[in-house]
Design a protein around this ligand. Structure first.
Ligand SMILES: [Zn+2]
Length: 394
């Protein structure tokens, strides 16, 4: 586990502690606005130097003493808005609101940001990637985070992300909404959508959405999602499709192993299909309209963005799981059209019930159906037939 103490005000002060056995090199990246105060190896001060500055971070190498066990890095600084790597990452710790996230590189990272190694650890973290963070901050601000709160000052979890600002908290039956000045009726609407989504999804599997956090951030920061936590911009609050999508992820995806998961069928395609069902039931948007959108988005990816079509069962091989969000949902919709909604619901329930602990794969998925779905299965999952048909329609 990585340990971090953070003092959050307009100046950020950090003290990062890691076991030597968890690192394999003596250099790390950190936001280039921070200065290093001290690096300690087993309490001995060691030398360090900046070896490279890239994008919004610098790489620092230090003298790792032989047979040392623990490294402590103390740093501080003001993030002034100039170290944003993307248009929407423009953190400024002197503002009344700021975000600290992976892209901010606000703690030392021993993998180069955005490298394959870095992304792999984000996607499939092991317990080494777990953080314990102790926070000290100015009481006029409220801290919102994806991490679990252990006690008044201590938080634990993966990919630590913080929103700091003058937030207000609303507690709903599902979890919490943090916002700065959202109108009462918008809060009530979010609350009722979460409740209705939960009720509708219970037809597939009885679960209760809990500990879900919606953190409403200002316009221009870009919405993003971490486990059980949605950071959503104020202008995205009324786009309920994304909210429903994230809610479905919390309880209504079957378990699958990492290789199959790369196809994104059993998480994203299934979630997108359920999202269409919920939006239709809640009269947010018809299932038909959503499927038309999926179809257009899919064809745009193929045509404009140069994606190669592949059968769904091969997505993980060609690393094109992005297509599952649209094409995978269309495949499920095609199955529903063939066997009828009632039968489809029974199969989806059976899938969610059976694969809670056991891992699903494509063969097991196909075996859930008593009905003959061979033609659809062949066209969507095993060949490019359905994809070619869609392309002919435009
Ligand atoms: Zn998703």
């Amino acid at each position: 586990m990585k340990r971090l103490r953070l003092e959050l005000s307009s100046v950020i002060k950090g003290r990062y502690e890691i076991d030597v056995e968890d690192i394999n090199k003596s250099c790390f990246a950190i936001n280039r606005s921070f200065i290093i105060n001290t690096i300690l190896c087993d309490n001995k001060i060691v030398n360090y130097k900046v070896i490279e500055i890239r994008y919004n971070y610098k790489i620092i190498s230090f003298e790792l003493l032989d047979e040392s066990h623990k490294v402590i890095i103390e740093y501080e600084g003001i993030i002034d808005g100039s170290t944003g790597r993307y248009p929407y990452v423009k953190e400024k710790t002197t503002d009344d609101f700021y975000l600290l996230r992976g892209e901010t590189v606000f703690y030392p990272t021993f993998e180069i940001p955005e490298s394959e190694e870095y992304l792999a650890k984000m996607l499939y973290p092991t317990t080494n990637e777990k953080f314990q963070i102790i926070i000290k901050m100015n009481s006029k601000y409220m801290l919102c985070t994806n991490l679990d709160k252990i006690n008044q000052f201590t938080y634990e979890g993966y990919n630590p992300t913080f929103a700091v600002g003058k937030f207000k908290r609303y507690s709903g039956y599902f979890g919490e909404i943090y916002h700065m000045n959202l109108a009462e009726n918008s809060i009530m609407k979010i609350d009722s959508i979460i409740k209705s989504t939960n009720e509708y999804m219970n037809r597939f599997k009885n679960e209760k959405i809990k500990d879900f956090k919606v953190i409403v951030i200002p316009h221009g920061y870009g919405s993003f999602v971490l486990s059980n936590t949605m950071f959503i911009t104020i202008d995205g609050v009324s786009e309920y499709e994304q909210l429903i999508h994230e809610l479905i992820h919390t309880n209504w995806n079957p378990l699958c192993d990492v290789t199959v998961q790369k196809s994104r069928f059993f998480d994203e395609a299934i979630t997108q299909y359920f999202t269409a069902r919920v939006c239709n039931a809640l009269a947010i948007k018809s299932q038909e309209d959503i499927m038309t959108n999926y179809k257009n988005q899919y064809l745009k990816m193929i045509k404009d963005n140069g994606y190669e079509p592949h059968p769904i069962q091969e997505y993980h091989i060609y690393d094109c799981g992005d297509l599952a969000y649209t094409f995978g949902a269309l495949a499920l919709n095609a199955i529903e059209n063939k066997i009828g909604t009632n039968n489809m619901d029974k199969i989806m329930s059976k899938m969610l019930d059976k694969y809670i602990r056991e891992k699903i794969n494509f063969a097991k998925f196909k075996a859930l159906f008593d009905e003959d779905i061979d033609d659809i299965y062949n066209d969507y999952f095993l060949t490019n037939n359905a994809s070619n048909m869609l392309s002919l329609l435009i």
